[in-house]
Design a protein around this ligand. Structure first.
Ligand SMILES: C[S@@+](CC[C@H](N)C(=O)[O-])C[C@H]1O[C@@H](n2cnc3c(N)ncnc32)[C@H](O)[C@@H]1O
Length: 435
């Protein structure tokens, strides 16, 4: 189990299949050769493969590049450096004081189990959304006070980004303030070459704290049932998630990140579209491991908060139409979010065909992950079927083989037709190569 490192609570993460993936990459690529992790996500595959191979990691999301850098690069950061960084954080009081009106009301609501206030905070607690929409809520007074405090303290800028946008909604106000304080400290005092290490630890911290079902940011907790009654989940989750101590969790993550062994092979990380990455692959890369999305859930929607923490760019927010009126979406999403062709039924076939074609033309082996649809999990059905994938792969490659992580150990395509319609098979790898 060496080299298995969970960075994020990530949908479709291959954490539990790392040994299986490594074993199969080793069947087609010699130690020391170059391997590309084309949809790197939480970085666990890149990290695992870095033990044996030179790795190129690619993903469209910036947080993925940050995390891969943190796992692959050798940093000269000691435990003492970390303790010093942590102790200096404690001096930062201005932002915390600006948020006191809402911090107090939220903490009291958790203490007294006040479901109404907790719900109000989840539904209407974003300071940024309040400042844009001016909606009348029972929190108006406090939200207005926070806004004037921020203005008075010259904090209506990137220094209050996370607390202003997501405080109360995805994190408690206090936690969101600490994320901002840590971010500011990283940008102000950490040397550029160490920044991704400190940022990655913050992303892992934010992922662990998220006050949502599933620890992603697709939507805040739905506070009410279909009849409009407030659910007890609101309180139970707040008690569990919103009381986590950010600074001590962050410190733990930093220590974890510096303690994992680093690769002795070369590596490179790219943020960008998969086709662009494939076109720019170094000649040393002879194998691609690909784990694209297979459902219509866009990762850019599920992890937009991590992207904003990484970019720190005060994004414009997306809107939805409710009965003719434009409103900021409940999820407080970034307006410019990547729409992946792999998640769109009409675009996915061409996206896969282009991937097969370019990889085959460059004489590179491909290992493509596919996880059949499991109806017992509440995920959406797959955008493409395994049968389609095999057909497209065979149009480009001489050899197409299916290897299952489950009961079937190893099957040649011809003898495994039953695979293709099965809905309850374990995760598979479609291994494509040319003669
Ligand atoms: C199933 S996840 C990969 C999970 C990863 N193997 C892990 O274990 O964490 C799919 C990834 O594809 C990325 N992605 C989606 N469309 C992309 C595109 N057009 N180019 C590059 N990456 C893309 C998403 O951001 C997401 O991180």
């Amino acid at each position: 189990m060496e080299h298995n490192f969970r960075t994020l609570n990530y949908l479709g993460s291959k954490l539990r299949l790392l040994d299986f993936i490594e074993e199969n990459v080793l069947r087609v690529a010699a130690e020391g050769q170059g391997v590309c992790d084309l949809f790197a996500g939480s970085g666990c595959v890149s990290y695992k493969l870095s033990r044996h191979f030179e790795v190129v990691s690619c993903d469209i999301q910036s947080y993925s590049k940050t995390i891969c850098n943190a796992l692959l690069k050798k940093y000269v950061v000691s435990k003492n450096d970390i303790e010093r960084f942590i102790s200096e954080l404690k001096n930062e009081k201005k932002l915390l004081n600006s948020f006191i009106p809402v911090i107090d009301i939220e903490e009291e609501a958790i203490e007294t189990k006040n479901l109404e206030i907790l719900t109000e905070i989840l539904e209407n607690g974003s300071v940024e959304v309040y400042s844009l929409e001016n909606k009348k809520t029972t929190l108006c007074h406090q939200l207005q006070e926070v806004l004037s405090n921020l203005k008075g303290n010259e904090l209506l800028n990137e220094k209050s980004l996370i607390s202003r946008y997501y405080g109360g909604v995805y994190f408690s106000y206090r936690q969101a303030v600490w994320i901002d304080v840590i971010l500011e400290s990283i940008h102000r005092s950490v040397a550029k070459e160490n920044r991704d290490l400190f940022l990655a630890a913050l992303l892992s911290t934010a992922s662990d704290m998220a006050d949502t079902v599933g620890k992603h940011f697709a939507q805040p907790i739905k506070a009410r049932d279909s009849k409009g009654n407030i659910k007890i989940t609101v309180y139970n989750k707040a008690l569990k998630d919103k009381t986590i101590d950010v600074v001590s969790l962050y410190r733990d993550w930093l220590l974890r990140y510096i303690s994992v062994p680093r690769t002795s092979h070369g590596f490179c990380t790219m943020q960008g579209d998969y086709l662009e990455c494939l076109r720019n692959l170094p000649a040393s890369i002879k194998t691609v491991y690909a784990d694209p999305p297979y459902t219509r859930d866009h990762y850019s929607r599920f992890y937009h908060v991590l992207e904003t923490i990484t970019l720190r760019d005060s994004p414009e927010l997306s809107t939805t139409n409710i009965r003719g009126d434009k409103h900021i979406s409940n999820g407080i999403y970034r307006k410019e979010r990547h729409q992946s062709p792999f998640c769109i039924k009409s675009k996915a076939p061409d996206a896969f065909k282009a991937m097969f074609e370019i990889i085959s033309k460059r004489g590179i082996n491909l290992l493509l992950s596919y996880s059949p649809y499991d109806e017992t999990q509440k995920t959406h059905p797959r955008v493409v079927t395994m049968r389609q994938l095999i057909t497209w792969a065979r149009n480009c490659f001489d050899n197409v083989e299916i290897i299952s992580a489950g009961s079937f150990k190893h099957n040649k395509l011809n003898s495994t037709d039953h695979f293709l319609d099965a809905s309850d098979e374990a995760e598979v790898l479609i291994v494509c190569s040319n003669e």
